[in-house]
Design a protein around this ligand. Structure first.
Ligand code: HEM
Length: 450
């Protein structure tokens, strides 16, 4: 630790409150709790049932944690042994040299041309989704959107139809979602909160492991790729070689696939879900989006080339990720005592970067709680401080799937809007505080063909 960090004071915070007091206030109204924290400043320390927490509400301090001093922090182990060692060799959870080697090996998968090559598939599946939803009439939007993103991922990661392995992939995705929910709660709740059914999760992991084993076997038998290089993540991993000449182990291949299914699935589907919730809250914005899509999209699906001519669709997507950032909050832990914005943050503190709070800070956004896609005109982006908007995180560990997600969200939105009307029954549904940042209730919608 530097000398200045040693001398720096601890961050201010609601120390006076008894420990249980903080927790109860948090439980009663977590958003009000965060609003209250702002009164103490931009870097606020508090204790919550066993944890030393530190919330960071200032963009410059967020930038320090994610970018400038990124090496001084690690990702905390929120999921603990709930994962049974699955996924731990995936790029979301590894650290140091292992993470660096993985990240650069995986990066080509996310080059612009490769991601854009998936555009047709993303739109075609969105058109299928529109037809399915309209058939069903009343739809559980979050579940339906999640089915859509899972289908896209199965094809792009595994080159597999969800149909073949639907139960195993869905079972795995559900298990990780439950664990993720519990894990993010673990960052906010006491350690004794029990994690949900371990045995069921283990079975889901084992089944998925079996699917991956079959797929690897298949691929080794020389299944064709697209000729211009590996077509999907699985092929890329099987062909990969690290700088030291080693190749990803069988466990690592499995863990990377699990990681990408986990990280790429609920995030994008939540963004789609929230998009329709928020559009229903602002009918004028929904009308404007429909008008833009009708004037631009020819036929029943949007194309990558259309996107340039869909500026309002782009603003809708940006505004959704501002107001309802699917990750909700990011978490870090200093490797040793660090200095942050002039304060000392002790090793082991749970540093919380609450996107939902920074993205609605009235210092940076007018009328911050209102869904207003138009705000993204007139140079707002130039005026915003860096890291006042960070839905995909930042620094070296920013979302590797950012370009993929941004494309999928826009193409799916435009294609769905071109084909169906989505009438959300309760557009006032609130988010539940957590990571992911989900609706507090099921989002039911009546979907009709246009
Ligand atoms: C709207 C959709 C998405 C959002 C909002 C989102 C958000 C994020 C955020 C905030 C992080 C950083 C977490 C941290 O620093 O603690 C992250 C990391 C990551 N995301 Fe995404 N994500 C999305 C979609 C995707 C997709 C589609 C994929 C893959 C196909 C993906 C794969 C990953 C991976 C592998 C990481 C870990 C990167 C690393 O640590 O090096 N994400 N994402």
């Amino acid at each position: 630790m530097s000398e200045s960090a040693e001398r720096a004071p601890l961050p201010p915070g609601p120390d006076g409150l008894p420990v249980v007091g903080s927790f109860l206030r948090f439980r009663r109204d977590p958003f009000a709790f965060y609003d209250d924290l702002r009164e103490y400043g931009d870097v606020v320390a508090y204790r919550m049932l066993g944890y030393d927490m530190c919330s960071v509400l200032d963009p410059a301090a967020v930038e320090a944690v994610l970018l400038d001093d990124a090496d001084a922090y690690r990702k905390p182990d929120l999921l603990g042994d709930a994962l049974d060692d699955y996924m731990t060799e995936g790029v979301l959870l590894t650290e140091g040299d292992q993470w660096r080697a993985q990240r650069s090996t995986l990066q080509p998968m996310f080059y612009r041309e490769r991601v854009e090559a998936y555009g047709d598939l993303m739109a075609a599946y969105a058109r299928d989704a529109a037809a399915d939803w309209a058939d069903g009439g009343d739809v559980d939007l979050q579940a339906a959107a999640s089915e859509y993103t899972l289908r896209v991922l199965a094809r792009t990661l595994l080159d597999a139809d969800l149909g073949e392995h639907a139960d195993a992939v869905r079972g795995f995705a559900d298990a990780v979602r439950e664990i993720g929910r519990a894990g993010s709660l673990a960052a906010q709740l006491p350690r004794w909160v029990p994690l949900p059914s371990r045995r069921r999760h283990r079975r889901a992991f084992e089944r998925f492991d079996g699917v991956v084993a079959d797929l690897v076997e298949d691929r080794r038998d020389g299944r064709p790729t697209d000729g211009g290089g590996p077509a999907d993540l699985l092929s890329l991993l099987l062909a990969a070689e690290y700088p030291d000449g080693s190749t990803p182990s069988r466990t690592e291949v499995r863990d990377q696939l699990m990681t990408f299914l986990f990280a790429g699935h609920d995030t994008t589907s939540l963004a789609l879900t929230w998009a329709f919730v928020l559009l229903n809250r602002r009918p004028a914005a929904y009308d404007r989006l429909r008008a833009e899509v009708d004037a631009t999209v020819d036929g029943d699906r949007a194309t990558v080339a259309d996107l340039e001519r869909l500026p309002y669709t782009d603003r809708v997507a940006k505004e959704v990720l501002r107001l309802r950032p699917p990750a909700g909050a990011l978490f870090r832990e200093p490797r040793e005592d660090v200095e942050l914005a002039g304060y000392r943050v002790p090793e082991g503190t749970m540093v919380v970067l609450p996107q939902f709070a920074v993205h609605t800070d009235p210092r940076f956004y007018d009328d911050p709680e209102t869904f207003r896609p138009e705000r993204w005109t007139d140079g707002l982006e130039d005026d915003l401080p860096d890291y006042a908007y960070f839905p995909f995180g930042g620094g070296p560990r920013h979302c590797i799937g950012m370009r993929f997600a941004a494309l999928e969200l826009r193409l799916a939105l435009a294609t769905l809007v071109a084909n169906v009307d989505v009438d959300v029954r309760d557009p006032d549904v609130d988010p539940a505080l957590g990571s992911p940042f989900e609706p507090a209730d099921d989002v039911r919608a009546v979907v009709t063909e246009r």
